[in-house]
Each structure stands twice: as C-alpha cells, then as structure tokens.
Design a binder for this molecule. Structure first.
Ligand SMILES: [Zn+2]
Length: 551
C-alpha cells in the first residue's frame, strides 16, 4: 500500500466473517424514548416521527402500547388512515397474560390483537427473583405466562417478538431459568428473543459473552435481539458487543432518548455498524439521511440536539484549531474519522477571535462569500472588537455569516425598521404583559404594528412578523427554538452587559444569532433582527415562495 489514507467507508467484503452480514434496526423512540423526562409527545408528533423513521429506513417502528393510555389508543386508531409506511413494519408493544390468567380473556393481549399492527412485542420476566418477588408466583407459572401469550398471539396471525426483561441480570444469577423462559417463547414461535438490559448497568464484555451463549444455545432457530440502556455510558458499545456475540437485531432510539440516561443511540450505532464494521443496517443510500432525521426528530420532541452527538451533532465535524485548519481543508481525511457527508453532516470551521485569517477565508468559502484583502482585514478587526465587547461568534453562526456578508457591502433590502417601543405592564391582578410597537418600512409603505407577548422577544417578534409577514410568507416556517441570556462582566469593569443567543429553524436549517448590550431588550432585538434576516436570506436562496418578491 502507498501512504494514502485507508478508505474509511468499508467495503462490505471487508467485514469480519464472524459478524452477521446484516443487523435489523428496531426503533422504540415512540415508546421507550418517550419515557425521557421532559418529553411529551402529542399523537401528531408521534405520527411525524414515525414518518421520519420510515424515511430513514429502520426495519421496525414500535409505536406504543395500545390500551395503556388514551394517547396510544388514539395513535393506533389514526395510523391506518394517516401513516403510510414504505420501509418499516409497525409494532405494538404489550405484556404477557397475568399470573394464573387466561389468554383469551386478557385485556392487554386483546388490545394487541385489535391494534392493527402486524407485529407485536411482549415483555415478560426472565429474572427468577422478579417472578417470585414482583409477580409472587412460582417459576413454572413464570414460563407458562410467556409461552401461552406467544402461542395466543401467533394463533391470531401476528409476528411476535419476546422482550426478555432484566435478561442480563437474571442470566447472571440463574441462567437455567432465564433460558427456560426464552425457550418457552421460541417453541411457541416467537420470531425474536429480545435480550434486555433493563437496568442498563452491564458492560460490553458481559453483553458479548452472554449474547454468544444464548445464540449458541438456540443454534439459529430464532433471532436474538439486544435492547440496551445507557446507564453505564456504554449503551452503544454494548450493542456493538451484542452484535459481535451474534445478535441480528439492535433496538434503540433516535438521539438515544429514554428514561434515566437513555437508550442505545441509533444515530450512533447505525453508522458504527455500517460504515465501520461493514454490517448492513438501514439501506446504504439512506445513511446520509441520518443527520437530517436526528435534527428533525429533536425538533419534534422539542429538545435541542446535543451538539457533541457523534456523527450527527453540529460539532461532530467542527474544527477550531487555528493551526490545523488549512491542513484540514487540504486533507480532511487526515483529521476526520469518516467523511461527514456519508451521514449527511458536513465539515465546519469554527471562527472566533483566535482564528487566523486562513480560518476566515475558509469560513467565507464554506458560505460562498468572496472577501478581498481589505474586507478580510476589516472582518478580523471587527471580530476582535466585538468579541472583546462580549460577542461570541463561535456560538452564533447566523450572525457571523451576516457580519461577513455586511463586510462585503451587502445589506438586506427587504425591510427597514424606523423604531420600536416595548412596554411591560403589571396590573393589580398580577397579570404581567409585554406589548411591543414597531414602525417598519416595507415595500414602499410605512407600517405600524403592535403585538402582545409573554416577554419582550416574543412581543417584538410578533410585532415584526405582523408588519412584514404578509409580504414574506416564508417567515411562517421560521421559528425561534431557544432563547438564552447570560450576564457578563465586562473587562472594563463598567458594569454588566447581557449576551442573548437565539436559536432558530426553518425546518431545514438551524442557526444561532447573537446580541450584546447593557440593555437586555437591545441585546434581544439584535439577536432577533439577525435571526429574521438570516431566515429571509435562506428563503431567498430557495427563491422565496411565489408570493414573495425580492428586490
Ligand atoms: Zn427499555
């Protein structure tokens, strides 16, 4: 071989022959993922997330637990009319029959059959301690509950996955019983035995070892799946270990959402398996959908995506080191573990006051902006001055782009703000309201609008949109997703200044804008103004919707 870097995307032929050729991806974002504190999904949100998962190409989408709550009931009712799945199979989740109960009079099982899902996944106990202590019954009945339930659901024409709760903990203490329960499910025709690390504390070497023993025990008669939680920080590593042990299905959630520390993160495990280990997961030509799906789902669950998320985070391929930047531009493969476009992400150069001119030139190139020598020096000086005042452009890519464009003489011509005023009112009954009035020139007209809001940004945003929204319908797609305020001590010691960061999205791009001032309303206004201008700039690139006309 020459000293050229090795190709990072593996040829499937280069896969370790001991590994399975393909691994199914089973998504449980809608059930297990929704257990995360702070997530509350509407039925509409769940339908939108399921569409994203199908577009991504996961094999199974576990939509919820029919009969467990009114929301999941409504979801299963609406799915037939409102969700078309091209790639994924729909799964309903539930549990085995009750202790000493009858399968044909069991409500949970009936709900599963009536859910309309072709595939069901039922949870049962495989840790002897849970059977005797939590269920208060004997081990034979523990096995029969699982076997009877699988038999009944198979008899109703459904594919059945058996979800072996607390499997790893149970197997460590009583492997004979844990295997007996699995056998009960397998004999009755379960398609998959799902080995769960419900408490999430197992480590990769344990998972690999135990999965291998189970796979060898069943000798390929039934597929083995792994469902792993991230309590030891090894959710993804455990899933890789499970696949090395012979598992052919991995369960997890988009962005690793889930109770406590979360589930095995599918947005990490999918590229690890496909790109690095040569194991097929989702269709190869859809890997580039991973980053857009991760961001879209984050938006639907209304939680900012961790910028440091492997592969899909906004910092995953962001380079700051000034010295290396020009080298990275020449040979990205020397500094990036995979080509970012493989997973739909991109290389970013992070610009701060510390950045050399070469970083700025690269950043301008990335944005398609031509900066000549004097303009470049102007930007360098302005960045230094503004960062000294408290701006932080590393965190505000939207404002940085506008600053660089303005350095070339560009200025937006879509609207001009003459003035604005914000009034906060606290009335006797303690209702606190904010009202903003704005005077704007748009389309040759002077427009004055007023809007109320729960805070100054909200009221100003409302007033500005009222003034220019009908002229630029593209603004309807633009949403502010986060608003952060930080009080800074100036180096001059002349008093505190406020830094405001606003995150925005138009469903396609996400951007952050910044404002800094001794006055929080002025700082907020700067960040809001830049957010709207940036959003219009992106809309202009799309040619604006038909109603918009740009000068
Ligand atoms: Zn779980």
């Amino acid at each position: 071989m020459s000293d050229a870097p090795q190709p990072v995307v593996r040829d499937p032929a280069a896969r370790d022959p001991a590994l399975p050729a393909a691994v199914e991806i089973y998504d449980t974002t809608l059930r297990d993922g929704a257990q995360l504190e702070g997530i509350s999904l509407t039925v509409d949100d769940k339908l939108r997330i399921a569409e994203q998962l199908d577009w991504l190409g996961v094999h199974y989408i576990e939509a919820g637990w029919p009969g467990a709550n009114p929301k999941d009931d409504e979801l299963f009712r609406r799915i037939p009319g409102e969700l078309t799945l091209d790639t994924s199979k729909l799964v309903a989740f539930g549990m085995t029959r009750r202790v000493k109960g009858k399968v044909d009079s069991d409500d949970t099982l009936r709900h599963l059959v009536e859910s309309g899902a072709p595939v069901v996944c039922i949870v049962g106990k495989t840790w002897d301690y849970h059977v005797t202590e939590a269920l208060g019954t004997d081990l034979d009945e523990g096995v029969a509950m699982v076997a009877d339930s699988v038999e009944y659901l198979r008899g109703a024409g459904l594919d059945v996955l058996f979800d072996a709760e607390h499997f790893f903990d149970g197997y460590k203490r009583n492997p004979e019983f844990a295997l007996r329960v699995l056998e009960g499910a397998a004999v009755q025709g379960a398609s998959h035995l799902v080995l769960c690390d419900t408490n999430g504390g197992s480590l990769p070497h344990e998972v690999e070892h135990i999965v291998r023993e189970v796979v060898e025990y069943f000798r390929g008669d039934v597929a083995v799946a792994v469902h792993l939680h991230d309590d030891a920080g090894t959710g993804v590593a455990n899933a890789l270990a499970g696949v090395r042990g012979g598992a052919t299905q991995v369960q997890g959630t988009i962005n690793g959402y889930g109770e406590r520390t979360g589930n095995c993160n599918l947005t990490t495990i999918i590229p690890n398996l496909t790109v690095k280990m040569g194991v097929e997961t989702i269709p190869r030509d859809r890997l580039e959908r991973l980053t857009p799906v991760a961001h879209h789902v984050a938006e639907l669950v209304n939680m900012a995506l961790n910028p440091q998320a492997p592969y899909v985070g906004s910092s995953a391929f962001a380079h700051k080191a000034g010295l290396h930047v020009s080298a990275i531009a020449k040979r990205p493969d020397a500094y990036e573990h995979v080509p970012p476009d493989v997973v739909g992400n991109g290389t970013r150069f992070v610009v701060s006051e510390l950045a050399g001119k070469s970083t700025l030139v690269l950043k301008a190139k990335e944005l398609g902006i031509e900066l000549d020598g004097p303009q470049l020096n102007g930007v360098v000086d302005m960045l230094k001055r503004l960062e000294h005042e408290g701006y932080h452009f590393e965190a505000a890519d939207g404002s940085l782009e506008l600053l660089m464009r303005r350095a070339t003489g560009w200025e937006q011509s879509w609207f001009r703000v003459e003035s604005f005023r914000v009034i906060a009112d606290e009335t006797e009954d303690a209702a606190f309201t904010v009202e903003a009035t704005i005077k704007v020139h748009v389309d040759g007209q002077r427009v004055i609008t007023t809007s109320e809001g729960n805070g100054p940004v909200n009221a100003l945003d409302g007033a500005l949109r009222k003034a220019i929204g009908s002229r630029y319908p593209a603004l309807e797609r633009l949403h502010l997703t986060d608003y952060k305020v930080r009080v800074l001590d100036t180096q001059k010691g002349t008093g505190a200044v406020t830094r405001v960061l606003i995150d925005s999205t138009d469903g396609e791009h996400n951007w952050t804008t910044i404002g800094v001032s001794e006055n929080i309303i002025e700082a907020s206004w700067q960040a809001l103004y830049d957010s709207i201008v940036y959003g219009l700039l992106r809309a202009q690139e799309r040619g604006f919707p038909r109603e918009d006309r740009s000068e």
